[in-house]
Design a binder for this molecule. Structure first.
Ligand SMILES: *Cc1c(COP(=O)(O)O)cnc(C)c1O
Length: 227
């Protein structure tokens, strides 16, 4: 059985190797540990190894773990689909939200972000695979949504996020990531101050880093298969 320590070392090495191969500086890609469907004890173990950023997809499960882990200085990312009736809890209990793809949800998050907390960090989710995925704004509508989200007072738009359709060929894996990078570059040219490309998971982190990912979201490679 592979221990969590071994997995952490393995994933960290994959990140460093991919950074080197892409001629990017060491440590330029942040690791988000996706702990959904895994217990708080595993989060605690990775925290002890120095991991600070964790991603969760299911609100109630996340809130339960946050209670268990109250004593730790974790940066919490919400990466799941966002239902409108859940925005109040998401706005109050997370530092980052990656799945914003409609203005209405962004407006609710901004209105419901508690005054005593800093602005909520946001990544807009883009549908880079066309018909095959329903979540995410269409690439052609990304700029308009980004400008609108960036103007909301209690949000801080940080960048873009995507979950491409599954693809095993390493060269083809890069296409949606390239599209996301080009969209981000366009927004930056238009004057938005963005610094985050949230892309790459256990099976395609190398392709994502080659195309400029600044944050990879890794579940299975760190925690093993989910139930
Ligand atoms: C589950 C999940 C991940 C992690 O996927 P793995 O393939 O297990 O690394 C990343 N991003 C999102 C949005 C997820 O829902």
């Amino acid at each position: 059985m592979t221990t969590l320590t071994e997995r952490y070392t393995e994933v960290s090495e994959r990140l460093r190797d991919a950074e080197r191969l892409a001629a990017r500086s060491a440590g330029s890609v942040r690791l988000l540990a996706v702990s959904k469907r895994h217990p708080a004890t595993a989060i605690r173990a990775y925290y002890a190894m120095g991991q600070r950023e964790f991603g969760e997809s299911y609100l109630q499960e996340a809130l339960d773990k946050q209670q268990d882990l109250e004593d730790l200085a974790i940066v919490w990312h919400f990466i799941g689909p966002i239902q409108s009736n859940k925005t109040r809890d998401i706005a109050a209990h997370f530092d980052w939200v990656h799945g914003v793809d409609r203005l209405k949800v962004a407006e609710r998050l901004s209105a419901q972000r508690p005054a005593e907390l800093p602005p909520l960090n946001i990544c807009i989710q883009v549908n880079t695979s066309g018909e095959t995925s329903k979540a995410g704004v269409a690439p052609t509508e990304c700029a308009a949504l980004a400008v609108a989200v960036a103007s909301l007072p209690r949000l801080r738009l940080r960048g873009l996020m995507t979950i491409p359709a599954p693809e095993t060929d390493p060269q083809r894996q890069r296409l949606p990531f390239r599209l996301l990078r080009e969209l981000l570059e366009e927004l930056v040219r238009d004057g938005l101050e963005l610094d985050t490309l949230s892309m790459g998971m256990s099976d395609d982190l190398e392709a994502a880093i080659a195309e400029g990912a600044t944050l990879v979201r890794i579940g299975t490679a760190l925690f093993g298969q989910r139930e």
